[in-house]
Design a protein around this ligand. Structure first.
Ligand SMILES: Cc1ncc(COP(=O)(O)O)c(C=O)c1O
Ligand SMILES: N[C@@H](CCCC[NH3+])C(=O)O
Length: 415
């Protein structure tokens, strides 16, 4: 991670000592570099210069309002999957005309709200959803802009839980049916066909699945053109992977360049991307404190104050995330192969296994690459208040979400 390095044996994030951040804000603590996020967004955007385009950041990756506001200021659009996410982007100051709405289960109320605020487009995931949008739009006397999310049946070559473009996945409309559903959409009085969409999965580390999916989408665009159905934008979703360990995913500019080559004959069509992880994962760290060390039989446990309630990726996908000690390990240090485990009463509650570390009680550890699908997937399981979040902005840092207190834990409950 570019913004983390050791100086005089201490871990520093963008000029700030991890130990000082932990002291000021407490642990567990999420810290994000605003500069890093802006840099990723600008690189993506620059690669698309000269082409009509929109980057719709997928806010499920990290939906903190300060982070969203930073992207609003850059001119970003947003990909949302619920009314909660819609309200978040509006609160952060987003232009609804730059918001695309994905997700397989849009309710009547969600559709109504999106129509009232005037979003750019619904990414429709089933024929039944299309009918519902028509029904709601007719009642409100509005025209609903739509894309069909195509399930291209392409193997994203990623973890099965985060693969979304295979025929057995619940997402999108099957490639074989899509043309007929477009014909149906064209007949509906309160539907305006705007685009076509696909998103085949997350943490993709190769270009070929993106290109295969794009081929299938373009094939459909051609067929639809022959049928007299005009597609104004192509949305190729998100999914670009990041380096957690030794992966070498394509850069956003590489992905964009290859896609632009494919789309050279379609220069009048706007290009939309929905990156999430690639913009934010490596902007973020989770700082946690060692509560206890336990050497038992052949096992060495570092029991820390952050668990699967704060960061569920290791428990859910056995995801490997780099863990760095705040104090740099010296050559003569005695190390053990630690399982770094959290406070939660589940055996799957670990942040990392078999990590060679030299540790003592009260030491700090940093879980790298936790800017995406970290806090946004956090829960209050075992009644732990959620962690605080901090933004690093150039040489400053500031709180962007206060640590939850106990009153917040039972807010809304009735005895
Ligand atoms: C529809 C849609 N768009 C975009 C994304 C963002 O994906 P990623 O964070 O892998 O870029 C997702 C999540 O996988 C998604 O479901
Ligand atoms: N939560 C997943 C990514 C899911 C993407 C959403 N479709 C992860 O942490 O890798």
């Amino acid at each position: 991670m570019d913004f983390l390095q050791y100086q005089n044996g201490k871990l520093i994030a963008q000029g700030h000592a991890i130990a000082d951040l932990a002291k000021q804000y407490g642990t567990p603590l999420y810290v994000y570099s605003r500069d890093y996020i802006e840099q990723q967004w600008i690189e993506f955007d620059n690669a698309l210069k000269g082409r009509k385009h929109l980057i719709c950041y997928a806010i499920k990756a990290n939906s903190n309002l300060a982070l969203l506001h930073a992207l609003v200021q850059l001119g970003s659009g947003f990909d949302i999957v619920s009314q909660g996410e819609l309200e978040r982007v509006l609160k952060a100051g987003a232009d609804p005309k730059k918001v695309v709405f994905s997700g397989v289960a849009k309710s009547v109320i969600e559709i109504e709200r999106a129509l009232v605020v005037g979003i750019k487009c619904f990414n429709v995931e089933s024929e039944a959803e299309l009918e519902r949008i028509q029904m709601v739009a007719k009642r409100l006397n509005k025209i609903a802009p739509i894309s069909l999310r195509i399930n291209p049946d392409v193997d994203a070559k990623t973890h099965p839980y985060i693969s979304t473009g295979l025929r057995d996945n619940k997402f999108g409309i099957s490639y074989q049916l899509a043309r007929d559903v477009y014909h149906k959409a064209a007949q509906l009085s309160h539907i305006a066909i705007e685009g076509i969409d696909c998103h085949i999965g997350s943490q993709l580390t190769e270009l070929s699945p993106f290109l295969d999916a794009a081929d299938r989408v373009l094939n459909l665009v051609d067929q639809l053109k022959n049928d007299g159905i005009v597609i104004k934008h192509i949305d190729l979703g998100g999914g670009l992977g990041v380096c957690y360990d030794d992966e070498v995913p394509p850069k956003s500019s590489e992905l964009v360049n290859e896609i632009l080559k494919k789309l050279s004959a379609y220069s009048d069509i706007e290009l939309v991307f929905e990156p999430g992880r690639s913009l934010v994962a490596n902007s973020g760290i989770l700082i946690t404190k060692v509560e206890y060390i336990k050497h038992q039989d052949d096992n060495h446990f570092a029991i820390v104050d952050a668990g699967m309630n704060d960061l569920i990726r290791p428990a859910l996908y056995e995801a490997w995330m780099r863990i760095l000690p705040e104090k740099q390990t010296t050559d003569d240090a005695i190390t053990y192969a630690y399982n770094v485990v959290g406070p939660i009463c589940e055996s799957s509650d670990f942040l990392g296994k078999n990590r060679q570390l030299s540790l003592q009680q009260d030491d700090l550890l940093v879980v790298c690459s936790s800017g995406a699908y970290g806090f946004s997937m956090a829960s209050n399981y075992n009644s732990h208040p959620k962690a605080a979040e901090v933004f690093l902005e150039a040489s400053q840092h500031r709180l962007i979400r206060q640590r939850e207190n106990f009153d917040m834990l039972w807010q809304g409950e009735i005895i």
